[in-house]
Design a protein around this ligand. Structure first.
Ligand SMILES: Nc1ncnc2c1ncn2[C@@H]1O[C@H](COP(=O)(O)OP(=O)(O)OP(=O)(O)O)[C@@H](O)[C@H]1O
Length: 480
């Protein structure tokens, strides 16, 4: 633990007193806080910029963790776990750059490298704005890098337990553009949340990516739970829709989710003891004979849902990830060796570049920044709900992070700001509303944008539409 002033490098900083010349605690003064970018089960996520000369202007994401209900702050076990997370270093895992503990209330702040995109938004953008599937190169590159990061975590005995598209980040412009970073790893162990069906603050924890052994009440689980989630994400990258979209049973504290199992069985068929011998020992298989055991499901055929030929390498890999028996499920290391990654198009480091010469680049929306929510998480927004448009429509998004330090309000056309010269963007933003004055709704633009950023972050959590080392194959490489 730090001494209260250790805010450099990767140390843990603890702080008891706010500094005398500001209400901000001392450790926070090394950052320019730009606004809230998200809200999850554990707390709020803020975007900040480093002030110090060494990394001046670099963006970071600060996760502020909520106090637990009994107000007991950060436990010694959690601190031990966090110390371990600081040692984790891999290109496809988001870097934990700093840890701060406010001793006054034992609240916890983790500072991570900032990533402009995540798979949730990328998939949503394709589904709602671009209106066509992702190119094969992008899907393969995203998947390969996800597996590469996961293989590293699993080799270090870290099981993620809550993999889902919003936890899979993709870097924006810069040297690491288009590189995948797994976020939120290890937090499950600290906060023990993924097995709870619903967090107590009303934020729904999605169960769409949860492995069947967890849904059936397994007490012990393995890294195979993450591979199931990767299978669900792979299918979603292909179809732009969540594969198993069960409705959450909210009131019960047990992990048994009948509707989610129902959705899985409808597509993959009923699990059998022959295929999954240890099934009989799972608590809910035993206890809910009526729903789980007696109902007979036809195998609807995964291939028809994901539109893949049953003989294709992509389908083979996907089915191995969605193997019912966790002991038979493919591992991350095995998946990286799969034939799918050895055939064209080969995966690459920048997943977001076009797959073929002449193909248009997709201009993904940058994260909206809500500047009206302060670091305590209180918001001063009192506006009625505004229609929120996602995508690159200036005036339809909140403030965005500019390259050069300040937050741009509204953002200059992303296509102009972000694209390499000479490459056309898919969606040129409308110029409506640019200029910051009063918009047709009569709301000052800056405030309106912030309100919309806040609302978009809220909507994102409820989105019914989601209705949803080496680089790859060492023998050949491209777009590295
Ligand atoms: N390092 C980061 N850089 C940029 N954005 C991030 C970073 N870490 C998290 N985010 C974004 O912040 C938002 C909230 O993240 P958080 O992990 O708290 O919640 P979540 O993943 O949406 O849900 P849950 O907490 O239930 O898993 C998400 O949009 C996520 O993509």
């Amino acid at each position: 633990m730090g001494d209260g002033n250790n805010t450099s490098g990767r140390g843990i900083a603890a702080n008891n007193t706010p500094s005398s010349n500001s209400e901000k605690p001392e450790w926070l003064q090394q950052y320019n806080l730009l606004g809230k970018i998200g809200e999850g089960t554990y707390g709020l996520v803020f975007l900040a910029r480093i002030k110090s000369a060494t990394n001046r202007g670099k963006c970071i994401a600060i996760k502020k963790f909520k106090q637990s209900k009994d107000g007991d702050g950060v436990s010694p076990t959690a601190i031990r776990e966090i110390m371990l997370l600081r040692e984790i270093s891999h290109e496809n895992v988001v870097k934990l750059v700093n840890v701060h503990i406010n001793h006054a209330d034992m609240s916890l702040y983790l500072a991570f490298d900032y990533a402009e995109y995540d798979l949730y938004e990328i998939i949503k953008h394709h589904r709602d704005k671009v209106n066509h599937a992702m190119n094969q190169y992008t899907v393969k590159s995203l998947l390969w890098q996800l597996l590469n990061g996961l293989n590293y975590l699993h080799s270090n005995w870290i099981i993620h337990r809550d993999l889902k598209p919003s936890n899979i980040l993709v870097m924006g412009e810069g040297e690491e553009q288009g590189v995948v970073k797994i976020a939120d790893f290890g937090l499950a162990r600290i906060y023990q949340a993924p097995l709870k069906p619903l967090s107590e603050n009303g934020v729904v924890v999605t169960i769409w990516y949860r492995a069947p052994e967890l849904l059936l009440g397994a007490k012990h689980y393995t890294s195979a739970v993450d591979m199931w989630a990767v299978g669900c994400i792979f299918a979603e990258l292909l179809t732009l829709k969540p594969l198993f979209q069960g409705a959450e049973a909210k009131s019960t504290p047990n992990p048994f989710q009948l509707d989610q199992l129902d959705k899985i069985f409808k597509i993959l068929g009923h699990p059998t003891l022959e295929k999954w011998p240890t099934l009989a020992s799972l608590p809910h298989w035993q206890s809910d004979v009526q729903h789980i055991q007696s109902h007979k499901y036809e195998n609807a055929g995964l291939h028809s849902v994901v539109h893949l030929s049953p003989k294709s390498p992509a389908f083979d890999l996907l089915s191995r990830m969605l193997e019912y028996d966790p002991r038979k499920r493919i591992t991350a290391a095995q998946a990286l060796e799969h034939e799918y990654f050895r055939i064209e198009p080969l995966p690459g480091r920048n997943a977001l570049v076009p797959s073929q010469p002449g193909e248009k680049i997709v201009n993904y929306p940058t994260r909206p920044v809500d500047q009206n929510t302060d670091f305590e998480g209180t918001t001063s927004i009192q506006q009625p709900p505004q229609p929120v448009s996602s995508g690159n429509v200036a005036g339809g998004m909140g403030a965005h992070v500019g390259r050069n330090g300040s937050v741009n309000r509204p953002m200059p056309p992303p296509s102009m700001q972000r694209m390499p010269q000479g490459i056309m963007a898919y969606n040129f933003p409308s110029q409506a509303g640019v200029g910051g004055g009063i918009n047709p709704g009569g709301m000052p633009m800056q405030r309106n944008l912030a309100a919309q950023a806040h609302q978009q972050q809220q909507l994102r959590r409820k989105d019914p539409g989601m209705g949803m080392t080496g680089y790859p194959p060492q023998q050949k490489s491209r777009r590295m």
